[in-house]
Design a binder for this molecule. Structure first.
Ligand SMILES: [Fe+2]
Ligand SMILES: [Fe+2]
Length: 274
């Protein structure tokens, strides 16, 4: 399947309640934290790929690398707009953690070797592929439809370009133990930010102790979230640590072409009317 960058405009209200999944503040804030992370992480991925491009001698892989960069460029710009609406809607408490994250990516880019940045990129892509596959299976009826539109478009494109960071890493670096070691570091670095930022935003939300039911409410909702993480996301992620793993061999339980078709049509229509 080819990688199609789809430039889209999303119909977002001026302000959005950060509880983007009705009745699920913890899950909502994890996804809001992911959205806050993306305008820092995805530009770092693009810079990494562009630095790797001069080492890529296969024309097909170089073309995939360009399509990957175009998709990621669209993603973080739309998430930045979404984040502004979420902040106007009350998301707060994450600011110091966001600054720390931004300085981590600047430091990685300035002082780490290309092989580290490529292995980090693949670690992130392996995690997003696992998350995207779970996302396509989960019930999304309680999601705010405007936010769901952005996340679905983004995660489908993540599935579409799932092979690129891996294949660039294999082509330019190739070491298996290094991929697993830095990939696991990348995933812990990301998950740590997501959990800390989500908790900070929950703490800052005045509804946490009232409407959301305080600690008792949280305890009631947590088993579902833990089941998604431990039974669905992590087993998929651990498979990417196997020596013979390639995202090319992953079975797609969804018809990616059918799911992306409406977004392809929308982006063509927007381009034609621009
Ligand atoms: Fe992305
Ligand atoms: Fe990606």
């Amino acid at each position: 399947m080819s990688i199609t960058p789809r430039k889209l405009r999303f119909d977002l209200p001026e302000a959005l309640d950060p509880v983007i999944i009705e009745g699920e503040p913890e899950e909502s804030y994890i996804n809001v934290a992911m959205s806050i992370l993306l305008p820092h992480l995805e530009p770092y991925l693009i810079k990494t790929m562009r630095a790797a491009k001069r080492h890529v001698t296969k024309p097909a892989l170089a073309a995939d690398l360009e399509a990957f960069c175009a998709q990621e460029g669209h993603h973080y710009r739309q998430h930045a707009l979404l984040n502004q609406a979420l902040i106007r809607g009350g998301a707060r408490g994450f600011e110091a953690l966001e600054r720390e994250l931004a300085s981590d990516y600047q430091r990685f880019h300035a002082s780490k070797p290309l092989r580290f940045n490529l292995a980090y990129a693949e670690g992130f892509e392996a995690l997003t592929t696992a998350m995207a596959l779970v996302f396509t299976e989960e019930d999304k009826s309680k999601w705010n439809p405007a936010v769901l539109d952005v996340f679905l478009w983004h995660l489908l494109e993540e599935l579409e370009h799932r092979t690129v960071a891996f294949e660039v890493y294999q082509h330019v670096v190739g070491s298996y133990p290094y991929r697993v070691a830095v990939g696991a570091y990348a995933q812990l670095h990301l998950l740590r930010f997501l959990l800390r930022a989500a908790n900070a935003m929950l703490d800052a939300d005045p509804r946490t102790e009232t409407e959301f039911g305080g600690k008792a409410g949280r305890r009631k909702r947590e088993p579902r979230l833990n089941a998604i993480l431990f039974r669905k996301v992590l087993p998929r992620l651990f498979r990417t640590y196997r020596p013979g793993y390639s995202p090319r061999d992953l079975e797609m339980p969804v018809d990616l072409e059918a799911l992306t078709a409406p977004y392809t049509a929308r982006s063509r229509a927007e381009r034609a009317s621009a």
